[in-house]
Write a protein that binds this ligand. Structure first.
Ligand SMILES: C[S@@+](CC[C@H](N)C(=O)[O-])C[C@H]1O[C@@H](n2cnc3c(N)ncnc32)[C@H](O)[C@@H]1O
Length: 208
């Protein structure tokens, strides 16, 4: 007997349709993310999906840009990657196998929270991004709201142990030490999900 998903896709879609009818102009978080990422793309863009897993937002536009490549250490995810034909590489963000200034845009979704050394990965991101290029991230972060953060502090040791999922981090802790400009920063209502865009500055501090 097939088990029904806790919230099947058809039910999710009917909620979205109802919400859209009630609030014209409303868009889902997935649609908002896609629109945000697309706003940084041109047909000539070179894009890296760091920790691509089986796909994500890049699978929606990879054919529309000059180059989109995914990197992830997990072979089953790469084997099941949904964008058939998109180049994917087995590797880790700590050792990005690309020349400096190779990419216009790096997308990092739900990845940094799982890493042992996010600061090493973010340094690599900075190296392979061209000056003026952008990093878009979407991550669980440490909430600035004290009661939420207390719950995160309680859960963090367990989740780190069980799922290597760190709840008390924030990419900004490391990005603020790099020559980047934070162009956008949005948090969920309870503050534990963060979506951000950073632009790499040139050596002189200019946008590049
Ligand atoms: C929660 S999944 C997110 C996948 C994808 N970005 C998405 O939005 O669906 C986290 C991904 O990070 C990858 N990952 C874990 N450690 C990594 C590392 N050191 N470098 C790059 N990716 C890593 C995992 O293999 C996994 O595919």
């Amino acid at each position: 007997m097939s088990q029904r998903a806790a919230l099947p896709l058809d039910v999710q879609n009917s909620y979205r349709a109802r919400y859209r009818a009630m609030r014209p102009g409303w868009s889902s978080s997935g649609e908002q993310l896609e629109a945000l990422v697309r706003s940084y793309l041109t047909p000539g863009s070179k894009v890296l999906d760091l920790g691509c897993g089986r796909g994500g937002v890049v699978e929606l536009f990879w054919k529309d840009v000059k180059l989109a490549v995914g990197i992830d250490p997990d072979v089953p995810s790469l084997t099941e990657h949904r964008a058939h034909g998109m180049p994917v590489i087995r590797g880790r963000g700590e050792h990005l196998p690309f020349a400096g200034e190779s990419f216009d845009l790096i997308v990092c979704l739900w990845v940094l929270e799982h890493l042992r050394s996010p600061e090493v990965v973010l340094r690599g991101v900075h190296r392979v991004l061209r000056p003026g290029g952008h990093l878009v991230w979407l991550e669980h972060v440490r909430s600035p709201i004290a009661p939420v953060r207390w719950v995160q502090q309680l859960l963090d040791p367990l989740l780190v142990r069980l799922e290597a999922d760190h709840l008390l981090r924030d990419p900004l802790d490391h990005l603020r030490g790099e020559p980047v400009a934070i162009e956008r920063l949005e948090r969920s209502r309870l503050g534990y999900i963060e979506r951000g865009v950073a632009r790499k500055l040139s050596a002189s501090g200019n946008p590049g």
